[in-house]
Ligand binder design. Structure first.
Ligand code: ZN
Length: 233
């Protein structure tokens, strides 16, 4: 299904005239508030586990792929605030919310000793067709926001998604891994040589997609790979 670009522009233009609402709770925003109200900012369910090498995200990848470090900014909360934010970013075209969230993600992690040597950010790519329909890649917007407060490089188009990942629900883990591994391709490894690359995504659940990204990066000489997501389920 392809969204007509004219319809999409009208929908986006319509957004300019709608009252600004909080991405976490749908309440109206006051003038000084950005995309989240001050209550939601105060209640963000931060993981605060960036410095812990045995944190939940890192444990998810242990024994599967080699990583320097991994972490997530937020937990999925019982109140549903984080789900609402991510849903809004993906399906309601709230690109500003993604950029603001990215900025908060970077502020939260950039001083952690385990992530200080990161020097390039790599957003998980969407399949090009999906990106055309949506009009943007939400992981790239997170990276754009992160770079507003963290002076590191962006290797946005460095990793490409080559096949559409079929439904993964009924496959076993090996099949699934094989499947996502084939979904990414790194056309030019030179810019990532000897760098500490931070792969950025909106959410980590099983970790299969991120495993696929790490798998295509591991042969780059001297590379160190870490992972950081907006949320962990
Ligand atoms: Zn709110």
């Amino acid at each position: 299904m392809k969204t007509n670009p004219i319809i999409r522009s009208v929908v986006e233009l319509g957004g300019l005239f709608l009252p600004r609402v909080c991405g976490g709770c749908d309440r109206g925003l006051r003038q000084f508030e950005e995309s989240l109200c001050s209550h939601c900012v105060a209640d963000l369910p931060r993981t605060r586990f960036h410095d812990d090498p045995r944190n939940r995200v890192e444990e998810l990848f242990r024994g599967k792929v080699h990583l320097a470090s991994a972490s997530a900014f937020l937990h999925f909360s019982r109140t549903g605030m984080v789900q609402r934010m991510l849903h809004r970013i993906k399906y309601h075209h709230d690109q500003q919310l993604a950029i603001d969230l990215g900025r908060r993600m970077a502020e939260d992690i950039k001083d952690s000793p385990r992530f200080q040597s990161v020097d390039v950010l790599l957003p998980v790519p969407l399949h090009p067709r999906k990106e055309r329909i949506r009009g943007y890649n939400q992981s790239q917007l997170l990276v754009d926001g992160m770079r507003q407060v963290w002076p590191v490089d962006d290797h946005g188009k460095g990793l490409v998604r080559v096949v559409r990942t079929p439904s993964q629900t009924k496959r076993n883990r090996i099949d699934r891994w094989q499947n996502v591994k084939e979904a990414f391709h790194l056309p030019d490894e030179a810019p990532l040589k000897d760098r500490h690359v931070l792969i950025v995504d909106d959410v980590v659940t099983t970790g299969a997609t991120l495993e696929g990204c790490v798998a295509v990066l591991r042969d780059v000489p001297g590379i160190r790979v870490s992972i950081y997501t907006a949320a962990c389920a």
